[in-house]
Ligand binder design. Structure first.
Ligand code: MLT
Length: 260
């Protein structure tokens, strides 16, 4: 198992694990941590090679990420948790469910999908990984912002500039390893009907990476799952419409995983 990723640990109470998207870092969750850390312990790993985490081990998989995050939580004495995963963080949440479903008490799957990549998407990820290793991450910043953010968010410096800065903070080996790990992830669609934990599915109304119709379909396959569409948001719905996203998660947690 790889050395653990760096886990930001804020607040006290029942644990919430917040898993960020690609290619940013745990600061993606700053607004939610500000809202929840008065009553929950907010734990946020940085992806390997991003933020404060060590470089990725060779042949990184999302199953290995999930196992190393859980090992870190074990060493911190965290037993039960709610998991909130956005996009790549959602893919990692499926890996956690495969390994430790009995410890997960509530689940939020935001702007993500259960399915694996198509062959074309896998090939695209591998070419991004290769180019990033050769040239660094700068060239990726603008195309990623256009993919991740709704047009109105792209026009707002206070939204887009921090996203640009987060991408630039990721090291090339981390970005490449995330792409390769996402390309190798298994299809989790078959797990949906067996998810027995209270689940909320969230999607940005204007998300072009994992569109709301796909999110609704995923929610329908999970027994009892709710769906929230975040108006005006693209793929990074928690950053683009932080108040709406936080309200949706807060109402869900009040029922499914009360702070106590
Ligand atoms: C993410 O936001 O984590 C990625 O864009 C997801 C993906 O590339 O599938």
């Amino acid at each position: 198992m790889p050395a653990p990723p760096f886990l930001h640990d804020t607040g006290e109470g029942r644990a919430i694990l917040l898993l960020h998207a690609f290619p940013v870092d745990a600061s993606q969750w700053d607004a939610q941590v500000a809202a929840f850390s008065d009553r929950y312990r907010c734990l946020r790993p940085d992806a390997f090679g991003c933020g404060s985490s060590p470089p990725p081990p060779p042949q990184l998989t999302l199953d290995a990420v999930a196992a190393s995050v859980m090992a870190a939580l074990d060493s911190m004495g965290v037993d039960e948790l709610a998991v909130v995963g956005l996009s790549m963080g959602g893919y990692t949440a499926f890996a956690l469910l495969r390994q430790h479903s009995s410890r997960i008490r509530a689940l939020v799957l935001a702007d993500t999908r259960a399915g694996a990549d198509s062959d074309a998407a896998r090939a695209d990820r591998r070419s991004v990984a290769e180019r990033v290793r050769a040239e660094g991450v700068e060239w990726l910043v603008e195309p990623m912002c256009e993919r991740l953010l709704a047009p109105a968010s792209l026009a707002e410096a206070h939204v887009v500039d921090p996203v640009r800065a987060r991408i630039l903070r990721c090291r090339p080996e981390g970005v490449a390893a995330c792409q390769e790990a996402m390309a190798a992830r298994p299809d989790s669609t078959g797990m949906l009907a067996g998810i027995a934990v209270p689940t909320l599915v969230i999607a940005g109304e204007l998300d072009i990476v994992t569109p709301p119709a796909e999110a609704s379909q995923m929610a329908q396959a999970i027994p009892g799952a709710g769906v929230e569409i975040i108006g005006g948001a693209g793929h990074l719905s928690n950053l683009e419409r932080p108040d709406d996203f936080t309200t949706a998660v807060s109402s869900f947690l009040d029922e499914a995983y009360p702070a106590g």
